[in-house]
Design a protein around this ligand. Structure first.
Ligand SMILES: C[S@@+](CC[C@H](N)C(=O)[O-])C[C@H]1O[C@@H](n2cnc3c(N)ncnc32)[C@H](O)[C@@H]1O
Length: 315
């Protein structure tokens, strides 16, 4: 399914967003989704609008290329009509399918890896052992640069208490745990003792096993059994994608003020941008991305790191 974007140079972008949403809301579903942001949903496609200081950024999606052209035409026509004080140029990119998007050019990915603090022997051995033991499942493990990012975030935030949803063979847990102070605690949640059993010897060798409380079971049950008051400085969600909205709902109230929530795989390989992909995972990820972006308890930034990483800090 095609999607296309346009960057419209203007310093009146917020005004156009409001005008377009208000006008279109009489005919189709059109809503403001935050300051300077909105979405118009037609029967045959959608257009999201984001205003920046100097541009209006449009993302059009539709079921097929004819419908995409219809979305582009309607939005373009209205914008040009609203622009009575200036001449706008609305140039759309060629259509591209969500799963054909290159989130990070492979050369850039390699360059990034070559310019991060190296993972070190223990993490490298864990990555190799995981690959040898779990085969294709090893692709679930966070990359060395994402592990370095997690470690950096935990250190920078001064977190003492952390929770992880989705442990697998323990790579990200090790990165988080070793960045905590000696008396810090990581509550690590996973359903699989088969995979997490591989983690324990590595955590022990890193000298962080006493900081990690591993809970085997559905993470939602584990979360709901926790007291509801704020207790965590850092949270990392990297488990079943359909569960993300519920994990986010349960975690935010349990984050301390200033606490950081990190969500992995927020692009789902680019498919989250493309309405052709409508499986439960896609719908859940769109829901949680939208919820985080419009949650007034949080400040957030979405980073094009690997498969997309959102950082959300509790106010
Ligand atoms: C992407 S992997 C986690 C990778 C890990 N963060 C790492 O860096 O190696 C996802 C993990 O989520 C776990 N998982 C799936 N569904 C779950 C659930 N309902 N509750 C808890 N864990 C779950 C899987 O067993 C798997 O280990």
């Amino acid at each position: 399914m095609p999607l296309s974007t346009a960057h419209v140079a203007t310093d009146r972008s917020a005004r156009y967003v409001k005008q377009l949403i208000s006008h279109m809301s009489h005919k189709v579903t059109a809503e403001l989704t935050g300051a300077g942001r909105g979405t118009v949903t037609f029967r045959y496609g959608t257009c999201s609008l984001t205003s920046t200081r100097q541009e209006l950024v449009l993302i059009a999606t539709a079921a097929d290329s004819d419908s995409l052209t219809d979305v582009q035409d309607v939005v373009t026509r209205h914008l040009l009509r609203f622009a009575t004080q200036e001449e706008l140029h609305v140039g759309w990119t060629d259509p591209i399918a969500g799963d054909a998007l290159e989130i990070v050019d492979p050369a850039v990915g390699d360059y990034v890896l070559a310019h991060c603090t190296p993972a070190g022997e223990l993490l490298t051995e864990l990555a190799v052992t995981t690959r040898e033991t779990t085969g294709r499942a090893a692709g679930m493990q966070v990359s060395a640069d994402e592990g370095a990012l997690l470690e950096m975030l935990v250190r920078l935030s001064g977190a003492r208490t952390a929770i992880e949803i989705g442990v697998f063979t323990g790579y990200s847990a090790l990165c988080i745990a070793r960045a905590l102070p000696a008396d810090g605690r990581l509550l690590a949640c996973d359903v699989s003792s088969q995979w997490t059993d591989m983690a324990r010897p590595f955590w022990a060798r890193a000298g962080v096993d006493d900081r990690i409380d591993l809970r085997i079971g559905p993470a939602l049950q584990t979360l709901r059994a926790l007291p509801e008051e704020p207790a965590f400085d850092f949270a990392f969600i990297d488990a079943d994608k359909a569960g993300y909205p519920a994990y986010y709902e349960e975690i935010v109230p349990r984050l301390n003020p200033g606490g950081l929530l990190v969500l992995d795989n927020v692009f789902l390989g680019g498919e989250v941008l493309d309405p052709a992909f409508q499986e439960e995972d896609h719908q859940a990820m769109r829901r949680v991305n939208q919820a985080v972006a419009s949650d007034d308890r949080l400040d957030c930034v979405m980073l094009p790191v690997r498969d997309g990483v959102t950082l959300a800090r509790k106010r």
